[in-house]
Design a protein around this ligand. Sequence first.
Ligand SMILES: [Fe+2]
Length: 229
Amino acid sequence: MKNQTRDLAFADDFISAQLVENVSDFDVEDAVVVNISPSAMVTGTEHPAIVPAWKSTWLKGGRIKSAERAALIKVKQPTNLGGCVFRGWDWLGNRIRSFPRDTPLYISAQDEIGTVTVDPYVFTNERNVAQEPQTFTLKLNLWWSPGDTDCFIHNEHPFLEVHTQIHGTGRMQKFKERDQVTLYEDVIMPIGYSHDPFCRVTGQNKWTYPWHRYYADTDSVWLAVELHP
Ligand SMILES: [Fe+2]
């Protein structure tokens, strides 16, 4: 069935968020459209364009010609958006004991989308052609932080991750050590942008991340796309 659509777990009165599967000629009034699949998404009508796997764009009266799976997300009510912390979003410090006690980083409900088969080396752009396809569970959630939030330098994840900016402006930053003065890359994240994967696969279900953090320049909502083995 084409254009199977449902709300994502974090959709509410402030944020519209939909999953569309088997996408075909699907018009988008105004939303960040994220290609949450390992195959290309095609947008446009007269001038079709490719949104590569795990990348995104901002459509405003545009059309998805075809896609395996897409997430369509838009902050439609920015006033009191930060009240998400009273609407069921969880402070990360409640989940991680070592998380800094004064850092306002909040996580939405997580949505388990289904499985996806991908060669992790293709996901990380270390290989062009799949040689070792593997099945992962795809999970999505949103994050929220007010402006000027340091969302904590870390380098461990039991999953492959990328992020898409939904609201506001932030940066994905990389460091030589767990110290912000050792910054060596600053990737600016405007609305609709997904950073490239930056982990490296080192073995079966093994990968390494550089020290990294998200930094919210303004009040920000961003999407986490996680592939769990
Ligand atoms: Fe991370």
